[in-house]
Design a protein around this ligand. Structure first.
Ligand code: HEM
Length: 520
């Protein structure tokens, strides 16, 4: 071989080796601080299992916005309240798409399509988002309050009986998973799980959706960032197994609705309305995508907030807040003929309870790294142009704990939403994301949280567990049993549910049961 050929071959090998070890899907962004990373893996090892916490720590050195190499993907992390506002709200028309990730988009989602929250922006996504947003807007949500009446009553009644009047400490998780799931199932398919909290279908859906959510996570799947790992990754097989199990119940839910429509036995619901509307612009795949979104979106998020809130209120630190909330509820509704139990279905007029659930949403920011975005236009940031096609991760945890926006952010303090600028300013927190692809279920979720807390606090005094081993972990990140999951999975715990006034509670329950018997 002649020397020029050897030199050329070496240059080609060096080029490809460099591309393999340091290349990224999008080019280096000139002027934006970059966290240095290892060959091939970039910063994956350093980010470890706690991406939100590690990235928050990097702010000291690299500033609020920086670029990170994660395997072969270049990601812009945005970490403070104001910088998130700049990208997600001020530039919302540019930051409107979502990236595709190998495990979720290729392996998990090949049969039922993508949820709305995982779809890149196109005409179909726009139509699906519009359909969901219309079905979940404020007036629509108000019309669903009878469902929330029914589901909260069922769960509280079961807590009352299972706790034997406060004698037995309980893990509240399954009761509130069913609350969130049944509300979404009834809205979307006109169908609810009528079993108890140990129902098989409830268990199968919560188990599979939790698994799928982990495959959706931006921190769980290194094969999304390092293509070489796909060659021998076991995760693809596991993801495919979850997909098959998911297909079984998703098809069962849709086919069940179609059968009820044929027999004229269906109840009004989102999917039914679309199937029956001859002018509907959505095809079968889009229908399935809406179904998937409705089943999965509120299933981990609503219960995680509810049960972490309960855990805190039962703790010694939360006790005064629990009593303050109870006093606020009885002060707002002093008349026994119009108790808060019923009034909370029609109006949200207990500011302390509203402030309480906002603080819960902020404090536990249950999607610590928000669903990822891709920009479709360039965005300017402090003299740097971040080009279209860049992937962005909002560090919602860091932004919600940003001390330049929230005084004493590590303190759980609902008062911050009552007496400060926060009580009037636009975005109270980033638990629901922000801007053009913000959560479309936030009105529903807020109403679910408000109703559940008003009723639970009216019904019970929450007490610490008798056995110290059942005590909850309260710290926002430490409380998460699966640190790499997309949505926080609270570590198991138990607390006591001691009825405040058993007679009144039994009366409220039977009044709600009477009112909602048609919905069962
Ligand atoms: C406390 C409960 C909930 C929390 C914390 C939550 C949080 C979020 C977050 C962080 C996003 C991403 C937003 C962004 O990129 O800016 C999102 C998207 C979404 N959420 Fe929720 N969510 C909750 C409940 C629900 C419920 C109950 C539904 C509907 C039944 C729902 C439907 C959606 C949909 C459809 C999207 C995708 C929006 C899009 O990509 O255009 N969410 N949610």
């Amino acid at each position: 071989m002649t020397l020029p050929i050897i030199v050329a071959a070496a240059a080609v090998i060096t080029y490809f080796a460099y591309r393999l070890l340091y290349g990224t899907d999008t080019p280096y962004i000139k002027g934006l601080p970059e966290v240095p990373g290892l060959p091939l893996f970039g910063s994956l090892f350093e980010l470890e299992t706690k991406h939100a916490k590690v990235a928050r720590g990097w702010v000291q050195k690299y500033g609020p916005v920086f670029q990170v190499r994660m395997g072969n993907r270049r990601i812009v992390f945005v970490n403070t309240f104001d910088s998130v506002r700049h990208f997600w709200i001020t530039n919302q028309s540019a930051l409107i798409s979502r990236p595709k990730l190998h495990t979720f988009h290729t392996v998990v989602s090949s049969s039922q399509g993508f949820t709305i929250g995982t779809s890149p922006w196109d005409e179909s996504c726009k139509n699906r988002r519009k359909a969901a947003a219309t079905a979940l807007n404020r007036p629509a949500v108000q019309s669903y309050m009878p469902l929330i009446d029914l589901e909260s009553t069922v769960s509280i009644n079961e807590l009352l009986s299972d706790s034997k009047g406060g004698e037995i400490d309980l893990d509240p998780r399954a009761y509130w998973q069913r609350y969130a799931l049944n509300t979404s199932l009834t809205l979307n398919y006109g169908y609810r799980i009528d079993g108890d909290k140990d129902d098989e279908l409830l268990k199968e859906i919560t188990d599979v959706e939790r698994g799928v959510s982990n495959f959706r996570s931006t921190s769980n799947n290194w094969q999304d960032y390092v293509p070489l790992l796909r060659l021998w990754s076991k995760q693809s097989n596991e993801a495919a197994t979850f997909r098959k199990r998911r297909d079984v119940y998703m098809d069962r839910l849709l086919n069940g609705l179609k059968e009820r429509i044929e027999k004229g036995m269906d109840k009004p619901c989102i999917t039914g309305n679309i199937i029956k509307d001859p002018g509907a612009k959505l095809n079968e795949a889009e229908l399935k995508s809406i179904g998937l979104t409705m089943v999965s979106a509120g299933l981990d998020t609503v219960p995680a907030n509810l049960i972490m809130g309960l855990a805190y209120l039962a703790s010694p630190a939360g006790r005064p807040i629990q009593e303050r909330a109870h006093a606020a509820i009885t002060a707002a509704y002093p008349d026994a003929a119009n108790p808060a139990w019923h009034a909370c279905l029609h109006e949200e007029k207990i500011p302390y309870v509203t402030a309480l659930y906002k603080e819960i949403l902020r404090y536990w920011s249950v999607i610590p790294i928000c669903l990822p975005r891709v920009s479709i236009k360039p965005i300017e940031w402090q003299g740097v142009t971040v080009p279209a096609g860049t992937t962005f991760y909002m560090n919602a945890y860091a932004a919600d704990y940003d001390s330049s926006h929230f005084s004493d952010p590590e303190k759980f303090d609902p008062e911050r939403y009552l007496n400060s600028d926060l009580s009037v300013s636009g975005t109270p927190h980033y638990a629901y994301g922000a801007g053009s692809r913000m959560c479309v279920g936030s009105h529903l979720a807020n109403r679910e949280l408000f109703t559940a807390f008003v009723r639970l606090i009216s019904a019970f005094e929450f007490t610490p567990p008798k056995d110290r081993r059942d005590e909850p972990v309260l710290d926002c990140l430490e409380a998460n049993a699966i640190p790499t999951s997309l949505t926080m999975e609270p570590k198991a715990f138990k607390i006591g549910f001691k009825p405040r006034d058993r007679g009144a509670l039994v009366r409220w329950i039977s009044e709600s049961e009477e009112r909602t018997k048609e919905l069962r």
